[in-house]
Design a protein. Structure first.
Lengths: 99, 497
């Protein structure tokens, strides 16, 4: 499989990422992202015919913690990075349901 | 042309843990205090690491076992990517291709009279994290939406059924049975008002054309269903709408993608919503921050031991073991585990399941409603009620007198008196409630009453049956413990002599 990225692919990903791209930006990203994919494509040279898919890179399973409450952040700290709040809630621009 | 309604349900249930699924923040419904149960993990801050809550995983497996699912020996967590303000990481930790359980089923009773039931198959049950809550501006002035992340990271089970339900009523029954099972297992409180149980319904029709073809209509997913009644009503509305749409457009499932519709409970209609992203658009991939879980057979054994008798089985057993109607058994089971335990204790101790059913579903239920108590808080405990019912069974007192004793016991309990068997017998004695089986004393009283009521006696002899009523009343007032049935018979015999 060789990676070839189309302008449509880039536009589709932009929609999913809630990014608005100008036609020029689509061109730039199609070329740049395409180069990255081509580079990653080197991995396809490895023969993986008899290799089991990996669920996790390190062979560790069953890491749990006990169901014990630990202190949460004060609200002020939780909200401190938010661009807009009323001191109680995070504020975000109105969420519009697309019809 | 005939239509078959095809319904599948997707149910989300919050688990009853103390903390969230991947961090130690409290798992508490707390809308009055937004954003006080958050930390770097559930806020999705860079560099934070999620760690699985052992209790959440146990509750999840326990539930899936009770739902007859296969438990996957090796399970992992995946990132489901989508952008929405209630999802701080921009992905939800969920399960994609290796959910911890698959292929279960739940029996639902489709006919209360006959006890007929059907199996609703389950595709899978998986464990994921809940999102936060968006509060939209409803003034229509386009103000900012507010976001409360208290709920973000609450352990959430997703239970997905096969499209096995065929009517809005069956969907309702499925949800009710599922809720009962989950509350009996004590894995979730299933409180719909607080959002701990939420439901989406997938609905379409199979059209059976006159020339023998079967055609499926476009699939609709109804979201935003926040009551069981709402689920039933929304599906019923959808069925009508889809039948009409079929007649007008003849659109089939191949002509249009799955549509998402909301339910407006006030207007009683469904309405079109945003198109759902295709499954592949979620770009799932294994979450590298979480390690897989291997479930050992020994753990399954242990959890199997913690399972309770399913409400459906208990309902059937109550009918056969205590000789009660399917209706009474359902009423008792529907009241929850503590209520069913209370009933069972009284039914087995008193030896009269029917009498016990009458008392718990009527007298006790009424007191609980009036006093706004749960059965655990009810002052008359099962052994006391059993003794009272035994006094009826041994014909020491009548059912009517037992109600007097019951009321008196409640009064005494309100005055902080402790209730005992002796107290019951004391009340019976003090109020002369014991059934008088001494027919000599009864006969004397009956004769005296007859001689005082010549008019009524004459009226009865002329065929006016009701004339004995007042006389029975007079006799009962004089001999409180008399059995009204016996009094009536003796009185009629005497007059007819």
């Amino acid at each position: 499989m060789t990676a070839s990225l189309s302008r449509e692919d880039v536009s589709a990903v932009a929609v999913l990422a809630r990014l608005q791209l100008s036609p020029e930006e689509v061109d730039v990203f199609t070329s740049q992202l395409g180069q990255i994919l081509e580079y990653v494509d080197i991995l396809n040279e490895v023969d993986t015919t008899d290799i089991e898919p990996l669920a996790h890179p390190i062979p560790v399973t069953n890491v749990f913690r006990d169901d014990i409450v630990t202190p949460s952040l004060p609200r002020e700290a939780a909200l401190s990075n938010a661009p807009n709040t009323d001191g109680k809630y995070f504020f975000v621009p109105q969420i519009l349901e697309e019809q | 042309m005939e239509f078959t309604t095809i319904i599948g349900l997707e149910v989300h249930v919050q688990l009853l843990t103390k903390t969230k699924i991947f961090c130690g923040c409290a798992n508490l419904f707390n809308p009055e205090n937004p954003n006080v149960q958050t930390c770097p993990v559930c806020l999705g801050l860079p560099g934070s690491l999620p760690v699985m809550n052992r209790k959440a995983f146990r509750l999840a497996v326990k539930t899936a076992m009770a739902l007859n699912c296969n438990i996957t020996p090796f399970t992992k967590w995946d990132r489901k990517q989508y952008y929405y303000p209630d999802l701080p990481k921009n992905y939800q930790i969920s399960q994609y291709d290796l959910p911890f359980s698959t292929e279960g089923w739940l029996d639902i009773e489709t006919d209360l009279e006959t006890g007929e039931s059907k199996k609703v198959r389950l595709i899978r049950v998986h464990l994921e994290e809940d999102a936060g809550k968006n509060i939209h501006d409803e003034t229509g002035r386009g103000r900012d939406s507010r976001v409360d992340l208290n709920r973000a990271g609450t352990p959430l089970l997703e239970i997905v059924s096969q499209p096995d339900m065929r009517s809005p009523r069956e969907a309702y029954t499925f949800l009710n049975e599922l809720k009962l099972l989950l509350t009996y297992l004590n894995v979730s409180d299933c409180n719909m008002q607080e959002g701990s149980l939420r439901c989406d319904a997938n609905v379409n029709l199979h059209v059976h054309t006159d020339d023998g073809h079967r055609i499926a209509t476009p699939l609709v997913e109804i979201k935003n269903l926040n009551s069981f009644r709402g689920v039933e009503q929304a599906i019923a509305y959808e069925v009508e709408r889809q039948q009409e749409q079929w007649r007008e457009s003849k659109l089939t499932i191949d002509d249009s993608p799955k549509q998402t519709r909301g339910w407006d409970a006030e207007r009683g209609v469904t309405f079109g919503q945003r198109g759902k992203e295709e499954a592949s658009d979620y770009r799932y991939f294994p979450d590298p921050d979480l390690v897989p879980v291997v479930v050992e057979e020994s753990q399954l054994q242990e959890l199997r031991g913690e399972l309770c008798e399913p409400p459906a089985d208990r309902r059937k057993r109550f009918q056969t073991a205590y000789q009660i109607s399917s209706y009474d058994a359902s009423v008792i089971i529907d009241q929850g585990l503590a209520f069913a335990d209370y009933y069972e204790s009284v039914a087995s101790d008193s030896g009269d399941g029917k009498q016990a059913a009458n008392w718990v579903t009527q007298d006790i239920q009424r007191e609980l409603n009036e006093r706004k108590l749960t059965i655990d808080q009810f002052p008359i405990r099962p052994h006391i009620l059993s003794t009272l019912l035994q006094r009826i069974g041994s014909q020491t007192i009548t059912v009517k007198s037992a109600r007097e004793v019951f009321a008196e016991l409640l009064c005494r309990a309100d005055n902080d008196e402790s209730l005992s068997d002796d107290l019951i017998d004391g009340i019976i004695d003090a109020n002369g409630l014991a059934i008088v089986s001494d027919t000599g004393q009864l006969e004397e009283t009956i004769e005296a009453v007859i001689s005082r009521n010549e008019k009524a006696v004459a009226a009865f002899r002329e065929g006016k049956q009701a004339a004995v009523g007042p006389m029975i009343g007079q006799i009962m007032r004089e001999i409180k413990g008399a059995d009204p049935k016996q009094v009536r018979q003796m009185l009629i015999d005497k007059i007819s002599e």
